[in-house]
Ligand binder design. Structure first.
Ligand SMILES: Cc1ncc(C[n+]2csc(CCOP(=O)(O)OP(=O)(O)O)c2C)c(N)n1
Ligand SMILES: [Mg+2]
Length: 580
């Protein structure tokens, strides 16, 4: 067999093995060294190929598809700095537990360290931000390494989806000629004498004694509370059932997806970011047990409140990691969340403390009506924008939220409702990079998405707009333009007048209508609320890319949030007849 046919056999069999391990999408960036990979992925009848010229954007796009589809996604790029541009999204995937199969083409060993063009050291180049590094080699004489090659693809895919999920890196040195023979590809491993190994992934469980010990703690608690961050889909209903059984309220982060949907929501508490930030109120809530599921929540108030609690604090983590930024865990429980909840339920035999849940429900309702009071304000503001946006989201909407203030405003203003909505955000490393591309990935996976994003974050990932255009994404972007970093106004440096605007506020004065024109997006600059309502209603049905720019004022936000807190404390004191 000649070089070309061997190359084709090895790589097509490798690609087919990834397919057999549930990989369905590939995001390809152009380049020469990756030629056989790009062509063979594209020639595979069942892979969906997405093109993204900019590798930094491509990796975030893959991240968005992987998040939305809950399946591993493959990435393909050429050698050199192309591969380095994947790094930010790889870091995000590793911290947010998103499975990516990162495939980088490389030069063969005779071209390494000899000043060959577009050649850098790609060995373990993503360091500890990938779960494992693999180097794929094949024989240039025969197919004797084919099964090894398939096994490596199986191992890599299995590694990416094993809990905690995350990215893996497969580096593939390729020798010229690089164009494959598309007439002889091997997309059917089943005909091989030895097919690619399958992998059965078990679940993390606990022994009977361990379960009993934990159940005893739960049964003894009078004032238990469940705290849920971003969660695996499968865990949600069993956590709700556990809460119901134990009578424990659930503080539900927007990324837990427990705030919106047709499930029973009586115990779901969603306005804690406002009321736990008020010391007078937070001090009235003293749990004797906290059970945590998922990633740490977005809300800083809940973190600060938890730091004040001296009680048993269980972290249930199927990924067996150490997710405890507040350093308050008393028990790390390494167990599949669903398994834990289902087994606990059968062992819980406690008197439900309805008064405790009632206390949370009352303050939650008071906080909600306080937040809703901003509805009457006539001026454009970020707070009212999020209130309206959450109300107007269509059923089953896929909403991607940028970091900085957008995710925080959403946390504050997304009230629970029976209308299902799925919320996505890059909260692994909390970067303002790659958010547009992540949203494009979600839109491509789900058919349509809505993105709400700040102006600096939008500028940072504007390259993603080309991927939206080239891949025909249906994406509505609500661009909150406060001309700089609004979040910094909440920090102590906001009063350092000499430095603040130039180093933190960083106004840019960009006219984003030109960006919309460059990338062929529909564009509207909002001037009042009726205009927003009409434009949003239209945009979420439109084909292609739409940008609705909402101009707001950075400095107003701090004062607005303070006013909401004061209003809530006043109402709380009135309701409890407390004298000042
Ligand atoms: C890649 C990256 N660079 C810098 C930061 C630091 N940072 C956090 S928020 C922020 C400002 C974001 O501004 P914008 O997107 O306009 O949102 P706003 O704060 O105005 O709501 C910056 C620069 C970051 N998180 N990620
Ligand atoms: Mg901004």
């Amino acid at each position: 067999m000649n070089h070309r046919d061997l190359l084709t056999n090895y790589l097509s069999s490798f690609i087919q093995t990834l397919y057999e391990h549930d990989v369905r999408h590939v995001v390809i960036s152009p380049g020469s060294r990756s030629t056989p990979l790009s062509m063979l992925f594209d020639a595979h009848p069942d892979f969906t190929t997405h093109l993204d010229i900019d590798e930094r954007s491509a990796a975030f796009l893959a991240l968005g598809i992987a998040k939305a589809s809950a399946k591993p996604v493959a990435l393909v790029c050429t050698s050199g700095t192309a591969a380095a541009n994947y790094y930010p999204a790889i870091i995000e995937a590793s911290l947010a537990r998103v499975p990516l199969i990162v495939i980088t083409a490389d030069r063969p060993y005779e071209l390494q360290h000899v000043a060959a063009p577009q050649t850098i050291d790609q060995t373990e180049m993503y360091g500890r931000h990938v779960k494992q590094f693999f180097q794929l080699e094949f024989s240039e004489h025969d197919l004797s390494l084919l099964h090894y090659n398939q096994a490596l693809a199986s191992r890599a895919a299995a590694c990416a989806i094993r809990m905690p999920q995350g990215p893996v890196h497969i580096n593939i040195p390729l020798r010229e000629p690089l164009v494959p023979n598309l007439l002889i590809h091997k997309f059917d491993n089943a005909h091989d004498a030895m097919a690619a190994p399958s992998v059965t992934q078990g679940t993390r469980s606990l022994t009977v004694n361990q379960l009993q010990e934990l159940a005893a703690r739960i049964n003894a608690a009078q004032r238990g509370i469940i705290l849920c961050g971003a969660l695996a889909r499968e865990a949600r209903s069993s956590i709700l059932a556990l809460a119901r059984h134990a009578g424990f309220p659930i503080l539900a982060d927007p990324l837990s997806q427990l705030r919106r949907g047709v499930h029973e929501q009586k115990l779901v508490i969603e306005n804690y970011d406002l009321f736990l930030r008020c010391r007078e109120i937070a001090s009235c809530f003293k749990p004797d047990l906290i059970i945590r599921f998922g990633a740490p929540p977005v809300s800083k108030s809940v973190k600060l409140w938890m730091e004040d609690q001296e009680c048993a604090n269980l972290v249930i983590d199927a990924g067996a990691d150490w997710r405890d930024p507040a350093c308050k865990a008393t028990h790390m429980v390494y167990c599949d969340e669903q398994y834990f909840c289902e087994h606990m339920q059968s062992q819980i035999n406690r008197h439900v403390n309805a008064a405790w849940a009632g206390l949370w429900q009352t303050i939650n309702a008071l906080a909600r009506s306080t937040l809703q009071s901003i509805r009457d304000e006539p001026m454009l503001s970020e707070e009212k924008l999020f209130l309206k946006l959450c109300e107007q989201l269509p059923e089953q909407a896929d909403l991607v939220v940028g970091n900085s203030m957008p995710i925080r405003e959403l946390d504050t203003f997304m009230f629970k409702s029976s209308k299902p909505v799925h919320v996505f955000a890059n909260r692994g490393a909390n970067g303002i990079d790659g958010v547009v591309s992540t949203a494009v990935g979600v839109a491509l996976s789900k058919g349509r998405a809505i993105l709400v994003i700040g102006d600096l974050s939008f500028f940072h990932s504007m390259n993603g707009l080309l991927a939206a255009k080239q891949n025909h994404a249906n994406l509505t972007i609500v661009l909150v333009n406060n001309d700089g970093g609004g979040i910094f106004s909440f920090l102590p440096q906001a009063s350092e007048e000499t430095y603040f605007e130039s180093l933190f506020g960083t106004p840019h004065g960009l006219d984003f209508s030109h960006a919309a024109m460059l990338f062929g997006a529909h564009y509207t600059k909002i001037v009042d609320w009726p205009m927003f309502d009409a434009a949003f209603r239209k945009a979420i049905k439109e084909e292609g890319l739409t940008i609705l720019e909402v101009p707001t004022k950075r400095r107003d936000n701090v004062q607005k949030h303070q006013a909401l807190r004061s209003r809530l404390v006043k109402r709380f004191k009135e309701a409890n007849s407390v004298e000042d």
